[in-house]
Design a protein around this ligand. Structure first.
Ligand SMILES: O=C(O)c1cc(=O)[nH]c(=O)n1[C@@H]1O[C@H](COP(=O)(O)O)[C@@H](O)[C@H]1O
Length: 280
């Protein structure tokens, strides 16, 4: 790949609008779509998502857990989805939330961020809670292959607060654990044009932000939008009126419109129109 992840993401968001759609094949969704909760149903679900959405949205985010739960065959479906969606022109963020000690991280980086690996999309989600620097092999692999990472900072779930809002002391004062992740990501993006390759995950449904994101120079994936209660007004309240660099992501609230491809596309267009209309 010739361009950086940040450049590809900026171009995709300019061309297709700031929206990521999560591909989360919950068993209940497979049933609601008239599909069986097995490999045949999973494969058809993935095909429908690609057919309906890969020409339409800036990014698709398959949730690895729902593919892993079907065993090795499910992982093969995820690999096919990654290839098919990228071939249709959308970016693919593999939502695997990986994070481990450095030596193991090297193996995850090989799987998710190295050219030629069937599980490598354009980016992967990472958990920094074994220590931000334990993710270094992933940052190196992403940089070498023109891919990106989204590091969990302040997640959308209510339980996240007990760890992420905890205040840690450092030489020149105190900051929350989540702010520590923001600052560490910002350092890696210094000097990158427009958007660096190290993005963050920050819930779009949080009661308050309590984070200074101004120096990040990287993309922000904002889950929690839709099914977890976050609204367009919440996104503007949390991130500012123009949402520059913010990529809201929605899974269930879009997928509930399937399996009809036109209905899925209509849901995406309606959401995107609300996200891009000028702030009141
Ligand atoms: O990394 C994520 O995408 C993520 C981070 C987070 O803080 N909260 C969160 O819900 N997610 C993912 O977003 C998806 C849920 O999206 P909804 O169905 O729209 O609520 C799941 O795949 C979650 O794993």
């Amino acid at each position: 790949m010739i361009t950086t992840f940040g450049a590809r993401l900026s171009a995709a968001m300019d061309a297709r609008g700031p929206l990521c759609v999560g591909v989360d094949p919950h068993p209940a969704l497979l049933t609601a779509w008239g599909l069986t909760d097995d490999l045949t149903g999973l494969r058809r679900f993935a095909e429908i998502c690609v057919e309906a959405l890969a020409d339409e949205v800036a990014m698709l985010k398959p949730q690895s857990a729902f593919f892993e739960s079907h065993g090795s065959g499910g992982i093969a479906v995820l690999e096919q989805l990654i290839a098919d969606a990228r071939a249709r022109g959308t970016l693919v963020l593999v939502d695997a939330k990986r994070g481990d000690i450095g030596s193991t991280m090297t193996a995850y980086a090989k799987a998710y961020l190295t050219e030629g690996s069937a599980l490598a999309g354009d980016a992967v989600t990472l958990s920094p809670y074994l220590g931000f620097d334990s993710l270094a092999p992933a940052f190196e692999a992403a940089s070498a292959s023109g891919r990106g990472v989204f590091v969990l900072a302040r997640t959308s779930n209510p339980e996240g607060s007990s760890v992420q809002d905890a205040v840690a002391s450092k030489a020149d004062g105190e900051r929350s654990v989540a702010q520590g992740m923001v600052d560490a990501a910002a350092q890696l993006n210094v000097g990158a044009p427009r958007l660096g390759a190290v993005g963050l995950v920050v819930g779009g449904n949080l009661p308050t932000l309590n984070l200074d994101l101004s120096g990040l120079n990287g993309p922000i994936l904002a889950p929690g939008f839709g099914a977890q209660g976050g609204t367009v007004a919440d996104l503007r309240r949390l991130f500012g009126p123009n949402l520059e660099g913010v990529l809201p992501t929605s899974s269930r609230d879009v997928l509930r419109h399937g399996p009809d491809a036109e209905a899925l596309r209509a849901a995406v267009r309606e959401l995107r129109a609300r996200l891009t209309e000028p702030a009141a």
